[in-house]
Design a binder for this molecule. Structure first.
Ligand SMILES: [Zn+2]
Ligand SMILES: [Zn+2]
Length: 444
């Protein structure tokens, strides 16, 4: 029994809960054989698309648009989906979001795939033919790759409609990096505007570039994979006085200094060391002059956790800490915690049933289990509606010097990852539909 066959059996065991029915297994083995042939066809098709994928990615890379300003990108996406014959194309969802359906010829469930489209306010320093034409804006998180891969999947699957058991819902999302101040946007807004309804997918998949692993590899984490993110606003209020007579006032700067240290004690002394938590104050502003006791200090920060419980506990500890420290010095405070994203939670059962597909496409040694990340992802809002699996697409290439991290001016990707991304996601979606269409049939 070769490796891929044994993996097929693992898959069978997952989807056929101990029937002990030999005939059924034989029947499914044949299906497995077809699946292997289909996988070959998908691989050939994706490789045939290589040049188009590269051109598409370069076009999007050269025309990066900031969060909630993805006008051109959304237009390119919608036009392409229309040309491919997708139906129910909705534009203008959460400003520039696009959703569309690819309805297969065979009955089956609905599965969704999501790609984000926005770029970052970073000046590109790469000297490449596909350099950003929009000064000060760059695809430095690889969302150009995500959009290109999803369009590639749409093209590939549009050519296989006859054998698709169910429907694939495509979700192209704006503003993953966060809407500008005062604006709503991103996944949360798309969900609010009904992107996950009519039809509601039974599962959702997404991918993110990962420069720390090589193109050709896929990384994943089952369970909480990326952190929740909350924006923190703290104001400390004292009372002004002459800088030489501090006893006549309440020094907001000294009190703020105590608060900063005390807030770090939440991490080090109040929350279980086994539970990931980050409290970072990234800005601090206060005071007007060297010889005036500062009346007010304003600080902004971010809090990251991998569990909703820790998140709630840390929030209440922050309030308690600020309350008590400021009271000790006669100052007052204001705390605002603004939810930005939830924990990206990869449903373990969904990860388990999907991994054999990924392993067959990229190979066992190229399927890497990794630790969770503290950066956040608003894919988590889709996962609140339907179970989801968000995995990482390797885009690094040490030999070619492609190693720069996310959100840096030098960020780049090995474009070979585009073909890999299309292959993996196409198989993941098709096999999800096959498994669940079969399960629905069996239970009828
Ligand atoms: Zn990013
Ligand atoms: Zn990103």
């Amino acid at each position: 029994m070769n490796n891929s066959l044994s993996l097929l059996f693992v898959l069978l065991l997952v989807i056929t809960p101990a029937t002990g029915n030999g005939q059924k297994l034989v029947a499914r083995k044949t299906v497995g054989g077809d699946a292997a042939a289909r996988q070959q066809r998908i691989a050939r098709a994706a490789e045939g698309m290589r040049e188009r994928l590269v051109a598409q990615r370069r076009d999007i890379h050269m025309h990066p648009e900031l969060s909630n300003r993805e006008e051109r990108t959304a237009r390119v996406v919608a036009e392409r989906l229309k040309a491919l014959g997708l139906t129910d194309i909705k534009t203008g969802v959460a400003r520039h979001g696009v959703t569309a359906l690819l309805v297969g010829a065979k009955p089956g469930p609905v599965v969704a795939v999501r790609a984000d489209m926005d770029a970052l306010p970073i000046n590109e320093t790469l000297d490449v033919p596909y350099r950003s034409k929009n000064p000060g804006v760059k695809h430095a998180c690889g969302h150009d790759v995500h959009t290109t891969v999803a369009l590639g999947v749409a093209e590939l699957l549009a050519g296989m409609k006859g054998e698709i058991a169910g429907t694939v819902k495509f979700i192209f999302q704006p503003a993953e990096e966060g809407a500008p101040a005062g604006e709503e946007g991103g996944a949360r807004q798309m969900v609010k505007e009904g992107a996950m309804e009519n039809p509601r997918p039974a599962a959702i998949f997404g991918l993110h570039t990962l420069p720390s692993i090589e193109a050709g590899q896929i990384a994943y984490h089952s369970g909480p994979a990326m952190a929740s993110s909350d924006k923190i606003y703290v104001t400390i209020r004292g009372r002004g006085a002459h800088g030489a007579q501090p006893h006549n006032g309440v020094d907001a700067i000294v009190v703020a200094a105590e608060c900063i240290t005390a807030l770090q004690h939440i991490r080090s002394r109040r929350i279980d060391p086994q539970e990931p938590l980050v409290i970072t104050l990234g800005t601090i502003h206060g005071g007007a002059r060297n010889n005036i006791i500062a009346e007010e200090v304003k600080m902004e920060g971010t809090m990251r956790t991998l569990s909703e419980e820790v998140r709630e506990r840390a929030k209440s500890l922050m309030r308690e800490t600020l309350q008590n420290v400021t009271a000790a010095y006669g100052a007052t405070f204001e705390l605002k915690v603004e939810e930005q994203t939830l924990v990206t939670y990869n449903e373990p059962a969904l990860v388990e049933e999907t991994l054999p597909t990924i392993r067959r496409v990229v190979g066992d040694k190229n399927t890497v289990s990794i630790k969770p990340f503290m950066p956040a992802e608003d894919f988590s809002y889709f996962q609140k509606v339907s179970p989801g699996f968000y995995y990482f697409l390797g885009v690094g290439n040490r030999a070619k010097g492609i190693t720069a991290g996310w959100h840096t001016p030098e960020f780049d990707v090995d474009e070979e990852s585009l073909v890999v991304g299309v292959k993996v996601m196409s198989n993941v979606l098709l096999e999800y539909l096959d498994r669940h269409a079969a399960a629905a049939k069996a239970s009828r």
